[in-house]
Design a protein. Structure first.
Length: 292
């Protein structure tokens, strides 16, 4: 499909009237705030991120502010957002921004990709949303909208390099319009073209949607792996140990860790994982702490 596709102007008009009021969409939010938001929004719902990012940026309004504190402080502030390695990565990214870029979040995608914890999506999102550069930004919601509206499929295939090319074909040539379209297509997937209960009658693309025109055929392609339940999982055990480490004013003893979970093998596996990830440091004799 060419860049003259009517999808972009339709979605951009819809977005102007229907976009959620999210703090990182403020034109004055800045590149650091947008980078922090992208770290926090990975696998965490928007409703939980909003209060967390507000508190985070009040405490560390610049990369330099975060870089000058121990990584343990970042992990503690991350609290219950989940996947606390993101806090370590964000702290290290802040250090790298100070050391390599004079404390200013870079705008170039390759420079962003070189930062700890920054992948293809985050690099392009920061470059596009913070600096207005024209890049295709593709997340799960974007892929779902393209799969349905363009390819006529109920679900997107597993992520592939082709996703960026598909989005680039739809992206307006104008930088400002491209920036809005990146946000608009994500928003549509997040609030209208949802995975389980799409609101097709409310969709601005309903008249041109290939999936709707085909009679909503079921998806018959490869499936992504289903995530295991949290209850009873290694993630739950890791979370219990992390909660203890965050709350402690000194080393947490192996006896205290042992009391957190009855299954010896699972508890040991979780502890080894935290040590390998750099989230727990120490040993069985002296106890364990967050990284200093």
């Amino acid at each position: 499909m060419s860049r003259e596709s009517p999808i972009a102007p339709v979605l951009n008009r819809w977005f102007a009237e229907n976009a959620r009021d999210l703090p990182w969409r403020d034109p004055d939010y800045g590149a650091w705030g947008i980078l922090v938001s992208e770290f926090m929004l990975q696998q965490t719902p928007v409703v939980r991120v909003i209060p967390a990012i507000t508190a985070w940026l009040d405490r560390w309004p610049t990369p330099a502010d975060l870089a000058r504190v121990p990584p343990a402080e970042a992990v503690r502030a991350w609290d219950r957002l989940g996947y606390p390695r993101r806090a370590l990565w964000l702290h290290q990214a802040a250090v790298e921004i100070v050391e390599r870029h004079g404390g200013v979040v870079p705008s170039d995608v390759d420079d962003l990709l070189a930062l700890q914890g920054v992948g293809d999506y985050t690099a392009r999102a920061v470059s596009a949303f913070a600096y207005g550069h024209r890049h295709p930004v593709v997340d799960t919601n974007t892929r779902r909208v393209i799969a349905r509206a363009i390819a006529g499929q109920a679900e997107p295939a597993p992520p592939a390099k082709r996703d960026l090319a598909d989005m680039d074909e739809l992206l307006p040539t104008d930088d400002a319009e491209a920036r809005v379209f990146n946000a608009a297509i994500m928003e549509l997937g997040a609030v209208v073209c949802t995975a389980r209960a799409p609101r097709c009658d409310d969709c601005p693309l309903r008249e041109s949607c290939a999936w709707r025109a085909a009679g909503y055929p079921a998806y018959d392609g490869p499936r992504k792996a289903v995530q295991k339940k949290f209850e009873g999982s290694d993630r739950q055990v890791r979370g219990l140990i992390m909660r203890e480490l965050r709350a402690a004013h000194g080393p947490v003893t192996i006896t205290e860790i042992t009391s957190l979970w009855a299954d010896d093998a699972q508890r040991e596996r979780a502890l080894r994982g935290l040590i390998a990830d750099g989230l727990a440091v120490g040993d069985r004799e002296s106890g364990f702490t967050l990284p200093s």
